[in-house]
Structure formats: structure tokens, C-alpha cells
Write a protein that binds this ligand. Structure first.
Ligand code: NAI
Length: 306
């Protein structure tokens, strides 16, 4: 069973330093008039990003580091250049999730100001629900006490446009009931009947439903912590590469994720929205699933989605 270890990396944005040439981050004034914005050493925040070794999580970590924030990256893989400290943890396991919380408490000095739960896999197997569903929820729920001790705390899950695709109600229900073995069993049943695609969509649907459910409770809204999800369409990362490299899968992907605006995105085009939603500037957006999908949700669900 994979464990967790922590290490400091020598990234360019090490603990609050700005990358050469990076824009000076702007400050802002929050309710009550005190300076709460990013930028300057006073505004530097401590932000934890899972999945920081690659793709969207890496782009988010690097953007936050470039803006002068202290970044703690977490991943099962080696984190080489996320711009801050690193935690190695397997978020598909109960042990790895516990070690994430322990290491984050240590590296964050008992508090965090922002958490981005981004780690995920795109594989079509039953175990995918462990990291995409339970790992993401455990990251947010497990780190919530550290956020509650932070300044202008914010939290965010990286979901997917796939959350609007067909799902398996048994998988969604098991994730929301926090029954991991039932969720894996339901996922395996879907794989066995040739519907492996339902596992990813169901884990992401459960994640956004959990976000909407939790966001308005005392533990989150009551504690002043906005909690949102972003739902990307197709983003060019190692996760989506197998879909785009195979001509047949590529055609299926284009049909299931139609992106009339600007086509596929790069991770750096997703990061600014996550940056905003987890910044002190976001005071009132909570419980939302913000699609950053080139129009795919609007195509698929149409105006009747509202
Ligand atoms: P990626 O493969 O580039 O990065 C995912 C990261 O998560 C990797 O660094 C990987 O090591 C880490 N990870 C995987 N399993 C883990 C585990 N058990 N414990 C800890 N870390 C683990 O993929 P990408 O595209 O950046 O994905 C990030 C998130 O965005 C995922 O949640 C994915 O579902 C979501 N997403 C991606 C889309 C895309 O088209 N690339 C579209 C919609 C959502």
C-alpha cells in the first residue's frame, strides 16, 4: 500500500517567491476594509493542490507560486516543478488520504488558505472511483479543519463535463453514502456489463453533488469557506492523450464533449478560473459547478438545463 512522504522541492517559486517576469499580483480589499488580496508578502497564501505533478494541477500550482503564494503540491507521482513543497500520497487509499492531512498540517503550520482537489485518473476501471470520488472528497473534507484555521479560506474540486453524461445511480449513491467498497463493487458491475465509461462520469457526478450538498452547511458556508467545482471539457494533458491519440476514441470524444468555442483547452487556460475561485476576491460564489468547457455543457444540456 502506498504511503506518503513529504519533501521540499527546489521549484522556481519556492515558498512565496515570484518567478522572474511573472506579473506582480494585485491586492484587493475585503469586507471590513483589510487587505486580503494576493500579492506582496502580506497577501501570500498557503495553497494545497493535489495532482500537482502534471496537467491541470501542475498549471494551477505554478500559477499560484508565480503569484507569490506558498504552494504545497500533493501527488502519487514525483512532483518536480510545482513551485513549492511536495507531499507524496496515494489518494486512492485510506492511508494515503490520512497521510495527506497529516503532512499538510505539518507543512502548513496547522492552517491552509486554499485547497484544490485536482488529482484524478482517466482510466476505465472500477478502481478509478477511489481517487476520482473518494480521494477528492477526502481531500476536501480532511483538510477542512486546516482551512477553518486559515485566512479567507477557499476550496475547490476539479470535476468534469463528464458529470453531465450518463451515470450509474448505484455508483453515485454509494459515493455519496461514503461506502467505498459498495462504490467499487457497483463500478466493477458496470465494467463487467461493458459500461466502464459510467465509472468516471458517476464519480464526477457524485463529486459535484457532494460539493453542492456540503457547500451550504455550517461546516463550509457557516465557517466562511466557499466550496466550488470546476468542470473542464477536454484539456490537453497526459490524462486525455489516449482519447485523442486513437482516431476512433477521438471521434467519440468530439461527439460526447463538443467544444464550439476554441476547441480543446490547455491546462494554463483552466488555471485562472481556479485561481479566482480560490482567491479572497471570491466572496459569494459557492456550491457552484463552473463549466470551463468551450460550450460543451450548453450544447449537451441546452437552454432546458435551467
Ligand atoms: P494528469 O494525468 O495530467 O494529472 C493528474 C494527476 O493526478 C497526476 O499527476 C497523477 O499522478 C495524479 N494522481 C492520479 N492518481 C492519483 C492518486 N491515486 N493519488 C494522488 N495523485 C494521483 O491529468 P489532468 O488532465 O491534469 O487531470 C486533473 C483533473 O482534471 C482530474 O481530476 C481529471 O479527472 C480532471 N479533468 C481532466 C480533463 C482532461 O481532459 N484532461 C477533463 C475534465 C476533467
Amino acid at each position: 500500500m502506498a504511503g506518503a512522504e513529504t519533501e521540499r522541492t527546489e521549484g522556481p517559486g519556492e515558498w512565496g517567491a515570484r518567478e522572474p517576469g511573472a506579473p506582480e499580483a494585485e491586492g484587493s480589499v475585503g469586507p471590513g476594509g483589510r487587505s486580503v488580496g494576493p500579492g506582496g508578502r502580506d497577501g501570500a497564501r498557503t495553497c494545497l493542490v493535489t495532482g500537482a505533478a502534471s496537467g491541470i494541477g501542475r498549471a494551477v500550482a505554478r500559477r499560484l507560486a508565480a503569484r507569490g503564494h506558498r504552494v504545497i503540491g500533493a501527488d502519487i507521482a514525483d512532483i518536480k516543478d510545482c513551485g513549492g513543497a511536495a507531499i507524496r500520497a496515494d489518494l486512492a487509499t485510506v492511508e494515503g488520504r490520512a497521510l495527506l492531512v497529516e503532512a499538510a498540517a505539518e507543512l502548513g503550520g496547522g492552517r491552509l488558505d486554499a485547497v484544490v482537489a485536482c488529482a484524478g485518473v482517466g482510466v476505465f476501471d472500477a478502481d478509478a472511483v477511489r481517487v476520482n470520488g473518494f480521494g477528492a472528497i477526502a481531500t476536501l473534507a480532511g483538510l477542512r479543519p486546516l482551512l477553518a484555521a486559515g485566512r479567507d479560506p477557499r476550496a475547490l474540486a476539479v470535476a468534469s463535463l463528464a458529470a453531465v453524461h450518463e451515470t450509474d445511480p448505484a455508483i453515485v449513491a454509494a459515493v455519496l453514502a461514503d461506502d467505498e467498497e459498495a462504490a467499487v463493487a457497483a463500478s466493477q458491475a458496470a465494467v463487467d456489463r461493458g459500461e466502464a465509461r459510467l465509472v468516471y462520469a458517476s464519480a464526477k457526478r457524485a463529486l459535484v453533488r457532494w460539493v453542492r450538498r456540503a457547500a451550504v452547511t455550517d461546516a463550509w458556508a457557516g465557517a466562511g469557506i466557499p466550496l466550488n467545482a470546476v468542470a473542464p471539457g477536454i484539456v490537453r494533458t497526459p490524462l486525455s492523450r489516449p482519447l485523442l491519440d486513437d482516431p476512433e476514441l477521438h471521434a467519440l470524444t468530439d461527439a460526447s464533449v463538443p467544444m464550439p468555442l476554441h476547441g480543446y483547452a490547455d491546462p494554463e487556460q483552466i488555471a485562472p478560473l481556479i485561481d479566482h475561485l480560490t482567491s479572497p476576491e471570491n466572496t459569494h460564489v459557492t456550491g457552484q459547478v463552473v463549466f470551463v468547457d468551450g460550450g460543451a455543457d450548453a450544447v449537451l444540456r441546452g437552454e432546458e438545463g435551467w
